[in-house]
Design a protein around this ligand. Structure first.
Ligand code: NDP
Length: 477
């Protein structure tokens, strides 16, 4: 079924023209104009929040079975349109078609299925009374839908990441206003149509487009109860200030270390580094941004990594054979180049790649990286494997923990002792043992320590940010 490509805002169940700036959406691979989307001014954001606020009282009282049925219907529609939406993700963002299909089928469509299962099983608690010597009290703890949720999302997983607050928000009885990334508004509108066509009532989901000012107007709005933001640390810090006392989850940047100890399976570690550094051309919050290798296995590891890196096919992201498409934005391409330049000026050596052809950046391996280089301290978000060496586990852990970030780390070793030590001492929200940093489990809590964020999301873990926890006391005496 062909799906119309919408280019406005979705408010109170209707597609309406945006009243703000017109934003051109161009393919990062070809420069082709894919569409023009009209953004929303703060006045239109106000109307979207008003629509969500007026839909909330009825929606929060809808039975859980009705909400679950709508999620199940949306899952079916989402699967039927998965290929069409995946093609649009690839055109807008430049990720390979295989990556976009994974985003649609494994992650986005499945949020509807997981949310319907999670809300059916989401239970409160009954606590004993400990305040007085009586058996007359019953203390219930329930989680009630918070109200209007503001979902502000990035371009690298444009519908999957949005799906977490949008789908779980609707499933728990909240209403939502979503501000997608200006780099991927068209696939966002296709997901909004899935939700509309599944039959979610008018006003339960609303979508506004635009740049930071639109997102900011939404986050600051006094009728928004909960803010779920995913994006860079810099924007996240501003969002935290703007959100004030609202419920919030912030999923921010990363600078993930992959540690390869002397007893590691070097071939497996090299496979993991390829996924960690080059999946989505390195534009993942969980990317392996630093590869820390024990000096005893460095030569073997680097040889295995180079062999795999040279075999990667860079090109048209719609081609089924392509491993790496273009960088989504010029800004990320330039930052990647700056980080490589800075590293080389401070003594690092490019072993492979380093250049780019337009937005297509070569998969790059750099040796001799030290903590003094920007590439070791900041988030690059490009297809680079920066190699750092160490001699002891203590040294590796100190380097791995030395940046402001703490999202995902991985360690490769055959030693149970070293694996446990690393898992306990790495100050990161997720630690994988013998697995790439770019491994996600949709049922596990996802989020960062330090400047990588606050709060946890995915599956049932996001429910805390979307609900108010309430104590209800009964006295039976
Ligand atoms: P940005 O921080 O630039 O933008 C994220 C979203 O916030 C966009 O929709 C953006 O609008 C909007 N925005 C910009 N300024 C404001 C503001 N003042 N108030 C409210 N909203 C605003 O991130 P990117 O889109 O460039 O995404 C890449 C970043 O996201 C990386 O740092 C990456 O690590 C991080 N990320 C984190 C993840 C995690 O789960 N921890 C997952 C995926 C990405 P617009 O861009 O349209 O102008």
């Amino acid at each position: 079924m062909a799906v119309a490509t919408r280019n406005g805002a979705f408010i109170a169940g209707e597609w309406v023209a945006g009243d703000g700036e017109e934003i051109e959406v161009r393919s990062p691979a070809t420069g082709e104009l894919l569409g023009i989307v009209a953004g929303s001014t703060p006045a239109q954001v106000e109307r979207a929040v008003a629509a969500a606020a007026s839909a909330f009282p009825a929606w929060r009282k809808t039975s859980v079975l009705e909400r679950v049925e709508l999620c199940r219907r949306a899952f079916t529609i989402c699967m039927e349109r998965a290929e069409e939406i995946a093609q649009m993700i690839t055109r807008e963002v430049g990720k390979t078609i295989r990556e976009s299909r994974e985003e649609m089928v494994e992650f986005t469509a499945d949020h509807f299925r997981r949310a319907s299962e999670d809300v059916l099983r989401h239970a409160g608690k009954v606590l004993p009374s400990t305040q007085e010597r009586s058996n007359a009290k019953r203390i219930l703890v329930v989680q009630e839908p918070a109200g209007v949720v503001a979902a502000v999302t990035p371009w690298n997983f444009p519908v999957d990441i949005a799906g977490i607050p949008v789908v779980y928000g609707l499933a728990v009885g909240c209403t939502v206003v979503w501000k997608p990334s200006e780099h991927a508004p068209l696939c966002a509108n296709m997901l909004a149509d899935v939700i509309r066509d599944a039959g979610f009532p008018a006003g339960t989901l609303n979508v506004v487009h635009g740049r930071g000012e639109t997102g900011s107007a939404l986050v600051r709005h006094p009728d928004v109860a909960s803010v779920v933001f995913t994006g860079s640390t810099r924007t996240g810090e501003q969002v935290a200030r703007d959100a004030g006392l609202k419920n919030r989850v912030l999923e921010l940047g990363g600078n993930g270390p992959q540690i390869v100890l002397a007893d590691a399976d070097v071939e497996k570690a090299a496979d993991a580094a390829v996924v960690g550094c080059f999946y989505l051309a390195g534009q993942c919050c969980t990317a392996a941004e630093r590869i820390l290798v024990h000096e005893d296995v460095k030569d073997a590891f680097v040889a295995a990594l180079l062999e795999r890196t040279k075999a990667l096919k860079v090109g048209d992201p719609l081609d089924e054979e392509t491993d790496m498409g273009p960088m989504c934005t010029q800004e990320v391409l330039e930052r990647t180049q700056e980080h490589i330049r800075d590293a080389v000026e401070k003594g690092a050596r490019v072993l492979h790649g380093g250049g780019h052809d337009g937005r297509f950046h070569e998969p790059t391996v750099i040796d001799g990286v030290t903590s003094a280089m920007r590439i070791a301290q900041e988030e690059t978000f490009g297809p680079v494997a920066p190699i750092m060496t160490f001699r002891t586990l203590d040294e590796a852990l100190a380097i791995a923990n030395e940046t402001d970030y703490g999202l995902t780390a991985s360690v490769f070793t055959r030693s149970l002792h070293d694996a446990w030590r690393a898992a306990e001492e790495l100050r990161h929200g997720t630690v994988h043992v013998n697995e790439t940093t770019n491994y996600w489990d949709q049922l596990a809590p996802f989020g960062g320590a330090k400047k990588s964020g606050a709060g946890r999301e995915l599956a049932g873990w996001i429910i805390d940010a979307l609900t108010e926890t309430k104590q209800i006391t009964f006295d039976l005496s």
